[in-house]
Design a protein around this ligand. Sequence first.
Ligand code: ATP
Ligand code: MG
Length: 160
Amino acid sequence: MLPSHAEILAIRTLYWPDEAACAAAAAALAAHRGLRNATIELEGPLGAGKTTFVRHLLRALGVGGRIKSPTFAVLEPYTLADGTAVAHLDFYRFDDPREWEDAGLRDTFAAPGLKLAEWPEKARMLLPRPDLRVRIEPQDDDTRRVVMEALTPRGAELLA
Ligand SMILES: Nc1ncnc2c1ncn2[C@@H]1O[C@H](COP(=O)(O)OP(=O)(O)OP(=O)(O)O)[C@@H](O)[C@H]1O
Ligand SMILES: [Mg+2]
């Protein structure tokens, strides 16, 4: 699953019995200052809860209004009250690298801010090394096992 060059600096396994546990984990992550410049990849099968986690994270960061899944748009941008740019990305339907330029993703990843990417597997060649990789694994009883891997010192700080 992980490319061999992706050295893992820290790892944490969580259990989310319900969506409230997901919301609590998102709120804990939102409290870290370093989050505002982090790149986070969200892995897991269809319906695992990747968008749900992003919604709770954005709410905890003060985003109001509707939070759409970027499945069709690839990118949904937000700006936090302190000016932090947030990019919520979903590469599920991404199959042409030209979209990378067309959707302005080169600029998005060159700029500071928080990047949250669903289905990073579909754009692996283009994506920079993330700070954190979050893998949501739904269990038979609808609970979630969640593995968080830090791939950079910033990512490790987010797990601390
Ligand atoms: N932690 C959770 N516990 C229980 N149910 C959850 C949890 N997270 C999400 N769900 C349920 O799963 C449904 C699908 O979640 P979501 O759309 O977030 O999945 P996704 O991983 O983003 O899927 P996709 O790959 O299609 O983008 C939600 O509508 C919600 O009802
Ligand atoms: Mg989704």
